[in-house]
Every structure is written in structure tokens, then in C-alpha cells.
Design a protein around this ligand. Structure first.
Ligand code: MAN
Length: 354
């Protein structure tokens, strides 16, 4: 398989021990899947911080948020007959699904794009209300009309949907509630309007007929979304056979909107690929990579909280118009960086794609 990522020598850039837990009694289990943006001359990451209590030998314990914003710890004996715990990320107890960690979104910034620190006086974004009781995850950041638009996964016992908040100063946030209801995630708003309309990529999951495909939605105001179209599907027996989902907002190029996406196979290996959308009508997929452009291969990508994973939802594009600095979650545990060349990605795009 072709892997054209130039990984940072400094990887992992951030590990769980690099930040302080948000709450006494919790520890950081994973740092992953950062959204990326430029603000006040710096590169910022909005990192997903997944926490839980230190694990005792015979018990699984994890936090959930209460309606008043407090934290409740749920403890389940590992030998409970009603417990199904085969996936490190999600368990089922007495017929109800829970996440094994609770995620919030933390801001860190950097002058060089490699060394990140947590600035003072910037709040974390935490789950709010009953639709975010299991946390907020995997935030995409879009700068559009002088406003930052944050689309993130909002998880609760009601399902997994897409939450939307906006900000101009990263200190005050306006919540727009749930933008796309369950089951939906991997939502990225385009950084420009097209023919007067807002556009977003998203990933609903259809349980019976259909699958985990990438869709396009449009909106007159960025708040109300409709006219959904399914634009990209999984491919049988390929690296992206089980699930696909958009990364960050697509990059506008002369040839079209270039999107880097993740694909997982049935063994839960997560790789990255790319596709190209028509500039004027983004529901038209012009080209797609057949092979992945990045495959888990470094030690920190192969083993961790959930190994064999590279997952991205944020990048910056250099002033040369070719260099992408991509930030990604490795093994659902570390934040890493890699460079890509847009021209090199173009050379792997197939215009007669499936
Ligand atoms: C999947 C994984 C988890 C995530 C949940 C909810 O199980 O992506 O990491 O917490 O979905 O989004």
C-alpha cells in the first residue's frame, strides 16, 4: 500500500501525560483527533481529551455527565453477566450502550506547529445537556464569514449526532444545539459558500439498507440543513470497506474541492484517503484515491488505546499552496503530525473511480 505521509520526527506531539486531567478523580486515557485552526498568528488544536477514573482490577468504571453538568461515575463488575465489553471504546450493560471514557475538547496552541501548550484563560468545551451526556468528540473547525464554526460528535444514551457551536474569540461560544440527529458524525462545513449556499459533509449510518457513507448537506444560513445527498460509499474488500467519514473542511484547489477522509475495514484498521469534488457542484465526486494515502505503520499508530488507527479532522495548508500539515489521532491515544503534498495526492487520484 502506498503511504505518502511524511510523519513528524517529533511524533507523538501530545500524549495523555502531557496535559492535566479536567477533574479530580479522573485521569486522561487518550488525547486524539484534533480540529485545527489559525488564530492570532498561532496554530491551534482543539484536542479531544478522553478521561475516566483509574481502573480497578475487577471493575470497569467511567464517567458520564449529569443534567446539571456534574460528573457521575458508573461502576460495573467485569464479571457481570449482563456486560458485553469486547471493544475498548464502547460497552453494553443490561442492553444499554456506554462509552468507556468521557471526552471534552481542549484548546492548545503553538508558534511552530510542533510544540503545543495550553494557553491560560481559554475554556475547554464540555458536553452540555442531555444530548451530550457521554461527551463531545472529534471537532472540525471551519472559518467562514469571520466566525469559527465547530462541528463535533455529540454522544449520549439517545445516540450519536452532530453538535454545532460558533465563536469569534474562543472565549465566548454560541450553541446551536444538534445540527444533525443520530446516527451521524464526521461533519465538516465548507469554508466558503457555493452559489450562495452553505455546504457540509457528514456521515449518517444506516443500520439495515445502506451503510456508513459520506453525504453532502446544504443550508441557507449554516444552521438549518437539508437537501442531503449520498456522495461517497464504502468499497467491498478494500481498505475503506466498513466505514468512511470526512476529515476537516475540504481544501479549495484549481481542480476541485480536495477532501482527505478516513476509511475503516472490517478489522477496524483506519487509513486515510482522498477525493475531489466539483468546485461548482460539490455533490459531484470527480476523483478518488484507490489506495490509501496513509496507513497505520509507526509504533504509536499500531498500538495504543485502540490500535491500528490513523484518523484526521484537521490540517493547515502552507503558503506554497501545496504543503498540507495534517494533525491526526494515532491509536486513539496520541496526537501526531504529518506533511502531505497536494500534488502528490493528486497523482494518486483516479478519475474513473468506483
Ligand atoms: C465509536 C468510536 C469511539 C467514539 C464513539 C462515539 O465507538 O469512534 O471512539 O467515542 O464511536 O462517537
Amino acid at each position: 500500500m502506498k503511504d505518502i505521509a511524511k510523519r513528524f520526527a517529533q511524533n507523538p506531539l501530545l500524549s495523555p501525560s502531557d496535559l492535566e486531567a479536567s477533574t479530580e478523580g479522573l485521569e486522561i486515557t487518550c488525547l486524539l483527533n484534533p480540529g485545527v485552526f489559525q488564530y492570532q498568528g498561532k496554530t491551534w488544536l482543539i484536542v479531544r481529551v478522553a478521561e475516566r477514573p483509574a481502573q480497578k482490577e475487577n471493575v470497569i468504571s467511567f464517567p458520564i455527565l449529569t443534567v446539571t453538568g456534574g460528573i457521575q461515575i458508573i461502576e460495573i463488575p467485569k464479571d457481570a453477566p449482563e456486560l458485553k465489553a469486547t471493544d475498548a471504546r464502547v460497552i453494553n450493560y443490561k442492553g444499554v450502550d456506554y462509552l468507556t471514557t468521557l471526552s471534552h475538547l481542549r484548546l492548545v496552541c503553538s508558534d511552530d506547529g510542533v510544540h503545543f501548550y495550553q494557553p491560560e484563560d481559554y475554556p475547554s468545551l464540555v458536553g452540555e445537556g442531555i444530548l451530550q451526556a457521554f461527551g463531545v468528540e472529534d471537532c472540525r473547525v471551519t472559518l467562514l464569514e469571520n466566525k469559527y464554526w465547530l462541528t463535533f460528535t455529540a454522544v449520549s444514551g439517545n445516540g450519536v449526532g452532530v453538535g454545532l457551536r460558533t465563536t469569534t474569540d474562543w472565549k465566548n461560544f454560541q450553541s446551536h444545539g444538534m445540527m444533525l440527529p443520530p446516527h451521524n458524525k464526521d461533519c465538516a462545513i465548507f469554508e466558503e459558500k457555493i452559489n450562495g449556499r452553505y455546504y457540509a459533509l457528514h456521515r449518517p449510518s444506516s443500520v439495515d439498507i445502506g451503510g456508513n457513507y459520506i453525504w453532502l448537506a446544504e443550508s441557507p444560513d449554516g444552521i438549518h440543513w437539508g437537501n442531503h445527498k449520498c456522495i461517497l460509499k464504502t468499497r467491498e474488500d478494500a481498505w475503506d470497506s466498513a466505514r468512511i467519514g470526512a476529515g476537516a473542511a475540504p481544501i479549495k484547489t484549481e481542480k476541485g474541492w480536495l477532501e482527505i477522509y478516513h476509511g475503516a475495514n472490517h478489522q477496524h484498521q483506519y487509513c486515510l484517503g482522498a477525493f475531489l469534488l466539483d468546485l461548482n457542484d460539490p455533490s459531484i465526486v470527480i476523483a478518488r484515491t484507490e489506495v490509501p494515502i496513509m496507513v497505520p505503520s509507526a509504533a504509536y499508530e499500531l498500538s495504543g488505546f485502540f490500535g491500528n488507527v490513523v484518523f484526521t479532522n484537521g490540517h493547515t495548508v502552507g503558503s506554497d499552496g501545496d504543503t498540507i500539515t495534517l494533525y491526526y489521532g494515532a491509536s486513539d491515544e496520541f496526537v501526531c503530525g504529518a506533511h502531505f503534498s497536494i500534488n502528490e495526492i493528486f497523482s494518486l487520484l483516479k478519475f474513473d473511480h468506483a
